[in-house]
Design a protein around this ligand. Structure first.
Ligand code: ASP
Ligand code: MG
Length: 595
């Protein structure tokens, strides 16, 4: 018999009528022959109300009591939903996180799921009940109530769908699906029928916020198809699955993170271990670092730039300030009037000129790019905050995101496909011990025969990056990583990119032409480099990955020349002679997490 999980967010159970409507949806699915598990959030803004109440009692409420308090919101809503189902003539049982055996670690307010017991749920389902499970909450080994973090009911729902082997996980919410960009920022945004897990992970990290990003990590790991749909209309919504909407369109979505802050540490000695010191100091304060640009230096020193969410800026500056002396850096600068504009697309990895098209679109809109980072399916740029709205519109238009791609897969085509359950069941039983939500790495690999080209003294003006990468593209050179950061000299930046070693000489010739045309200071290449890549699920939410990588490389005396991070991969460009040692060390360091 098929089993579906239906999750109802706070707005979908905000009042008595909405609770009845949710109950009717579940009953309808049951009458159509499915077993139904509902996962329910707290009513409306109830969680915010409880937070506010706690704030009035205490300035720093104990974390354990906070979770005890917040979990009550979901307990209210599951009981009411179960009553509504009874009232409509069907059978239902509500269960708390503890009652569904949702075991978590003990990090209150951001607990991670370890295991879920399914017996009781199955027994109740077989008895003809709709099971109404409280979202967002679990219990630790000592039976303390824990919560998964704001928005965590999505993660409860997808995790339940994974361990129950559900056929689908439906997310009922107040939006009718996933859009090419936030429709509140850009009215021409288009609802997509289909989006891939990887794209969704990158978009969630970019602040697209339709779903809790840990829920997408679960879905990807256990191949749960997610169906996002509106509680209030009958539109078809969006399927989140392994494949993308189109197999040719290079970009599927664009996002703006309006409130970023850039920090640059100037004159960092270009020797192993220095970045590790800086980023460890930041990680110690549990601050998540976003874009990281560690560019190749001159005169034995490099500038390291990165961004954090603006509210974290002062905390970050303190952390860095405290280690400046120890690191031997020459100073630091920051800018809090910056925003991040990114494009994401599964097909980007195999297409050329996506970066130069993006840079050209930004330049034509008069937008100055201050920093660039790329990963396999994402290009991010840092731009002045007052230009961000224009920038988002320009890239959305350039990649025709308002139009449905000609080869788009429709919602119906995808819906028919079911996951292959044998593999998934093995994985579930393997991880059910205590590690459903642990960091999962799918591989540590090495790309040899790489080369790097760096342009120094690049004027920080609109159009320069576009011209550079158009010229390189016109010469048929395939560029892998691109990094633009600060140069140390006022108003100048430096840009590095990697190419296949066979293309190095050609790339350098082209780079010298670009250098002359724009009056840049220097163009240099390095042939003996390689890339080491750690791939997996949850690389950003498990903030330790970057720290461990830096630590291992530093201990082996390996200098990191360029670094790129995303949800899916952490890439480090290093000396080719040391790449085998690096990969071996990383395999040992991450042995527990490797699948
Ligand atoms: N009620 C919790 C919150 O508001 C969990 C959720 O809605 O997913 O964050
Ligand atoms: Mg919510």
């Amino acid at each position: 018999m098929s089993l579906i999980v239906q999750k109802f967010g706070g707005t979908s159970v905000a009042d008595v009528e909405k609770i009845r409507a949710a109950a009717r949806k579940a009953i309808r699915a049951q009458r159509q022959g499915h077993q139904v598990v509902m996962v329910v959030s707290a009513m409306g803004k109830n969680t915010d109300g409880l937070l506010d109440l706690a704030g009035q009692i205490s300035r720093e409420p104990p974390a354990r009591e906070m979770d005890m308090l917040l979990s009550t919101g979901e307990q209210v809503s599951v009981a009411l939903v179960a009553m509504a189902i009874h009232d409509l003539g069907a059978k239902a049982i509500s269960l708390t996180g503890g009652q569904i055996g949702m075991k978590t670690d003990n990090s209150f307010s951001k607990a991670r799921i370890q295991s879920i017991s399914t017996e009781r749920i199955r027994r109740l389902l077989d008895g003809g009940n709709i099971v109404v499970a409280a979202g967002f909450q679990g219990i630790d080994d000592d039976w303390n109530i824990t919560t998964l973090g704001r928005g965590g009911s999505d993660t409860t729902a997808v995790a339940l769908a994974a361990v129950l082997g559900a056929d689908a996980c439906e997310i009922y919410t107040d939006v009718d699906g996933v859009y090419t960009t936030d429709p509140r920022l850009l009215p021409e945004a288009r609802r997509v029928d289909v989006i891939s897990y990887d794209e969704m992970l990158e978009l969630a990290s970019l602040g697209a916020g339709v779903m809790h990003s840990r829920s997408i990590e679960f879905a990807k790991k256990f191949r749960v198809p997610i169906h996002v749909r509106s509680s209030f209309s009958d539109t078809e919504g969006t399927m989140i699955v392994a494949e993308a909407e189109s197999s040719s369109q290079p970009v599927s979505g664009a996002a703006m993170t309006p409130d970023e802050a850039r920090v640059t540490v100037l004159g960092v000695p270009d020797v192993p271990g220095k970045s590790r010191q800086i980023f460890a100091a930041i990680a110690d304060r549990k601050i998540a670092v976003d874009m990281v640009v560690q560019n190749v230096g001159t005169n034995g020193r490099a500038d390291v730039s990165f961004t954090v969410a603006r509210p974290e800026l002062s905390n970050t500056l303190h952390a860095v300030h405290a280690v400046l002396g120890e690191v031997g850096a020459q100073g630091m600068t920051h800018d809090e009037q910056v925003s991040k504009i990114s494009v994401v697309g599964q097909n980007m990895a195999t297409q050329t000129s996506v970066a130069s098209r993006m840079f050209r679109a930004l330049s034509d809109a008069g937008v100055n790019i201050q920093m660039i980072t790329t990963s396999e399916i994402k290009i991010s740029t840092l731009v002045p905050k007052e230009q961000a709205g224009r920038a988002l519109r320009a890239v959305h238009e350039e990649f025709l995101l308002h139009q449905r791609p000609a080869d788009a897969q429709s919602w119906g085509q995808i819906k028919a496909e079911r996951r292959d359950s044998a593999d998934v069941d093995t994985l579930v039983s393997r991880l059910q011990d205590d590690a459903l939500e642990a960091l999962t790495l799918t591989g540590i690999s090495v790309t040899e025969s790489q080369a790097r080209v760096t342009l120094y003294g690049v004027p920080d003006q609109p159009g320069v990056a576009a011209d550079m990468f158009e010229t390189i593209g016109a010469a048929s050179i395939f560029v892998d990583m691109i990094v633009q950061g600060y140069d140390g000299e006022d108003g100048l930046t430096s840009v590095s990119f990697t190419v296949h070693r066979d293309d190095l000489n050609h790339s350098l010739e082209v780079a010298r032409l670009i250098q002359q045309k724009h009056g840049m200071r220097d163009a240099q290449g390095a042939a003996e480099i390689a890339k080491v890549t750690v791939s997996g699920i949850g690389l950003r939410s498990h903030t330790s990955v970057g720290t461990i990588l830096f630590q291992e490389l530093a201990e082996a005396g390996i200098n990191v020349e360029m670094i790129g991070t995303s949800e899916l991969q952490v890439n480090a460009v290093i000396d080719e002679a040391k790449v085998a040692v690096a990969a071996d060390r990383l395999k040992i360091a991450f042995a527990d997490a490797l699948l």
